[in-house]
Design a protein around this ligand. Structure first.
Ligand SMILES: *Cc1c(COP(=O)(O)O)cnc(C)c1O
Length: 369
């Protein structure tokens, strides 16, 4: 029922062209919001907790963007719902290896499961390829995140997977990578050997801070994992609303344009912030539109910056058209090794000079007193 995949198209065309109804005379150009809980008996699907055509349109786009086969993506109720489904692949008492500075919701979930006796967590430095491979002895799941949120560390996924194959062979853990920060336009972990990609589509994919949704995307040869993740979604009820899926699909249509603008502005800001007297350190992975600042003057100065911006919104979350700023250690689940003066900035699509001027005046206030 959906349009045929356009495998030969570049990503910027695929975000626009895929996930649409068949192009036949009189057909709508957009997939409708399929508001139904049940389907007439005799078809492939009988109940809407199993599948929904609006989800499928979004899933078609996400699978294509991550470079895997058709049908290998699943939409979830939220990014953390998708992470939880991946964690649920681990048998009771199994071992998960995860970066020390993973997204605080992911870290919180792993800690909660560990406290419940459900699994064992080994935490590693995201940039330490050898350390990650060594920690994976007997592990069931390696849950990567690159760049990490909020420390912006990068993992060389290809080198890690190579190391796992060499060292542990077929005993290696399932490799999952949270690709929320990079988006499939900037990084495609499946092409580097990961088995599963996780997304908080709430962020860049949706792009307008108006919806929560998550996704998993699975490597073509791992239909076994896809099946288990689908079963988890159905039996745990971790399903998105069709309206939410539609909103994400609508947001995805402009992902390339938003990301291009936001990335260009982020690079410009990094350039100006590096060496700024009110900034001790800039953390930027060299691509994308997320960056972090460690503000000179500690926690109090960092808090003053957040309070002083007028165009930047002081709020949590990221990836929206509006620029956001936040001190990460306000969150109870954030790792204690994240500096107290660290601000995470999500660069939006506003005028770059307006963003700079607003940030510059907020930083200047910390130097005054
Ligand atoms: C926000 C986020 C999540 C969780 O996604 P939700 O949609 O908020 O549930 C997971 N991973 C990363 C990297 C995130 O930034």
């Amino acid at each position: 029922m959906l349009s045929t995949p356009h495998a030969s198209l570049r990503a910027a065309s695929r975000v626009v062209a895929l996930g649409r109804p068949q192009r036949v005379p009189g057909a709508p150009v957009n997939v409708p919001v399929h508001l139904t809980s049940t389907y007439v008996s005799g078809g492939e699907v009988s109940y809407a907790r199993v599948s929904n055509p609006t989800w499928e349109a979004l899933e078609e786009v996400l699978a294509s963007l991550e470079g895997t086969d058709e049908g290998m993506a699943l939409a979830f109720a939220s990014g953390l719902g998708a992470v939880a489904a991946v964690v649920a692949l681990v048998p009771v008492g199994g071992v998960v290896v995860a970066p020390r500075h993973a997204y605080n919701g992911t870290s919180g979930l792993l800690a909660e499961r560990e406290a419940a006796g459900a699994l064992i967590v080994r935490r590693v430095g995201a940039e330490d390829t050898g350390g990650i491979v060594a920690a994976c002895e007997g592990a069931d799941l390696l849950l990567l995140e690159s760049p990490t949120n909020p420390m912006m560390e990068l993992t060389d996924v290809a080198a890690v997977v190579r190391g796992l194959d060499e060292r542990w062979g077929t005993d290696r853990p399932v490799v999952a990578c949270d690709n929320t920060f990079a988006t499939p336009l900037l990084r495609r972990p499946l092409e580097q050997g990961a088995d599963v990609v996780v997304h908080s589509a709430t962020k860049y994919l949706a792009g307008h801070s108006d919806v929560l949704l998550g996704a998993v995307v699975v490597a073509g040869e791992r239909t076994d994992l896809l099946e288990r993740l689908h079963t988890h979604r159905t039996l745990h009820g971790a399903v998105p609303g069709p309206s939410e899926a539609w909103l994400v699909l609508r947001g995805v249509r402009t992902l390339h344009v938003r990301l291009e603008r936001a990335s260009a502005t982020a690079a410009l800001l990094v350039d100006r912030l590096t060496g700024h007297p009110a900034v001790e350190r800039v953390r930027f992975p060299g691509f994308g539109a997320m960056l972090c600042l460690e503000v000179a003057g500690g926690q109090e100065a960092a808090e003053r910056v957040c309070a002083a911006t007028r165009l930047w919104t002081h709020s949590t979350s990221l990836g929206g058209v509006e620029s956001q700023i936040e001190r990460r250690r306000v969150h109870a689940l954030e790792a204690r090794t994240v500096p107290v003066n660290l601000l995470r900035l999500s660069v939006g699509v506003e005028d770059a000079e307006d963003l700079w001027e607003d940030l510059a005046q907020a930083l200047a206030q910390t130097l005054e007193g």
